[in-house]
Design a protein around this ligand. Structure first.
Ligand code: ADP
Length: 428
């Protein structure tokens, strides 16, 4: 490719000279021996030499060791081998100023062949400022890296501190939770013992009111009968005497029954009660019960037993089952008026049988129903009927032992039905 010009009035040589002369980069021309044949003013400015000091001198005065010693060899090698190491490529070098100082530069070398002669052009670009900027950038980078490292360490420390604080917080939350749980447990305990105390107080007051009724009547009856007996001294009064003896006997029996109930409760409570399991006929047990209960009936009361199956053998504690039923039937009798009917209905339900004892008596007030079965509890409508409030409590414990249940339905003024459910065969 050739140089193109279009300056009709100007001599191209003048143009070229001006370009070379005013170029910012240093431009110099050497021959194959390294002698400087041309320099532009940028070269003189860069290296601090006057043109005269450079022209005709070997270009090596502008370069430090080892290039200064090797430069002739470079040219010679190229001319003999043709292998280009710098020509047409360019590289970074160090320039040596007249005052002995060095400066970084970029050197681009090109070859000119005129006729038989080879010449080399060097274009030198001063990199001092660029290097300074580069150094500054490297320094800044370095500082930045240090700052980042420092900040990272600080951040890491802060994160560690946060983690530690978090852990401590979690620990104290856990601790608080366990305190809270302990507190709740203590509160529960307190609550329970308070409830227990309340229950005991309630039991105590129910017991006192029961005892004052149930002990006072038979005791005063014993007392008055005993006093009267001592007055009936004649033979004719033997009938009166024995009437009072019977009264005393029945009062003592009554007191004895109450004491037996107390004893049963204590035994049940202490877990001393062990059922005596045997096989027996359900219907014959019921007829025994009926016979026993007949004596309890008030005037014109009737006890009717109903069942829709033939007899069957069951396996349980016969005495206890009879006691349970006796208790329920005697309550039905006790809390019903004369002439009323009491029904005992038995049904079978797979492995279980159900006995319902219904009466047409006074019923249980709605507000009292939830307390029925609690020890010494007696409904508000039975104040004039003797009783201890222990029977159903014992029934419940017995049923629990025989793996049975008790429920009831009652309508005040109309009647009550107690239902027990028991397995036909008791299995321990
Ligand atoms: P007691 O009959 O000796 O008072 P129980 O424990 O047998 O004791 O009964 C507790 C309470 O349940 C009775 O006082 C009574 O208020 C109520 N009760 C039990 N059975 C009947 C019933 N068949 N009809 C009405 N009330 C009943």
């Amino acid at each position: 490719m050739s140089l193109a010009f279009k300056f009709p009035t100007i001599n191209p040589n003048d143009v070229l000279q001006s370009i070379v002369e005013t170029a910012i980069d240093g431009i110099l021309l050497i021959d194959t021996s390294g002698n400087v044949l041309m320099v532009n003013s940028a070269v003189t400015t860069l290296f601090g030499y006057s043109p005269e000091e450079l022209l005709g001198k070997n270009v090596t005065i502008l370069m430090p060791s080892p290039h200064r010693q090797n430069h002739d060899g470079y040219i010679h090698n190229y001319l003999s081998t043709g292998i280009k190491k710098i020509i047409g490529i360019g590289r970074e070098i160090e320039g040596l100023r007249k005052d002995g100082t060095l400066f970084p530069a970029r050197l681009a070398v090109s070859e000119i062949i005129i006729g038989e002669e080879h010449y080399f052009t060097g274009i030198i670009q001063d990199l001092t400022e660029m290097k300074a900027v580069q150094q500054e950038i490297i320094k800044l980078n370095h500082e930045l890296e240090e700052m980042v490292t420092e900040r990272t360490i600080e951040l890491q420390e802060a994160v560690n501190l946060l983690l530690e604080t978090n852990q401590q917080l979690n620990q104290s939350i856990e601790k608080h939770k366990s305190y809270e749980l302990a507190l709740l447990a203590t509160r529960d305990e307190l609550h329970k013992s308070l409830e227990k105390e309340k229950e005991l107080n309630l039991l105590k007051s129910r017991f006192v009111s029961m005892a004052s009724h149930e002990f006072k009547t038979p005791l005063s009856s014993i007392l008055s009968s005993a006093a009267l007996i001592s007055k009936y001294v004649t033979t004719e009064q033997v009938a009166d005497r024995s009437r009072h003896v019977d009264r005393i006997k029945s009062s003592v029996n009554h007191l004895n029954n109450i004491l037996m109930d107390f004893l049963s409760i204590t035994r049940l409570e202490e877990g001393q009660f062990v059922p005596v399991i045997s096989r027996f006929s359900l219907l014959s047990m019921l007829s025994e019960l009926k016979a026993e209960a007949e004596s309890l009936l008030k005037k014109d009361q009737q006890l009717i037993c109903e069942h829709d199956f033939d007899d069957l053998e069951m396996k349980s504690d016969k005495n206890i089952l009879r006691n349970i039923l006796y208790n329920l039937v005697s309550n039905a009798v006790k809390y019903s008026e004369e002439g009323k009917k009491i029904t005992c209905r038995i049904t079978l339900d797979d492995e279980f049988f159900r006995i319902m004892i219904s009466d047409q008596g006074m019923g249980i007030p709605l507000e009292d129903q939830k307390h029925i079965g609690s020890r010494f509890f007696r409904a508000s409508n039975v104040v004039n009927v003797p009783g201890t409030g222990l029977g159903l409590n014992i029934v419940l414990s017995y049923l629990h032992t025989l793996k049975g249940t008790l429920s009831f339905e009652s309508e005040p003024g109309k009647g009550t039905t107690f239902t027990i459910t028991l397995p036909l065969s008791y299995e321990n």
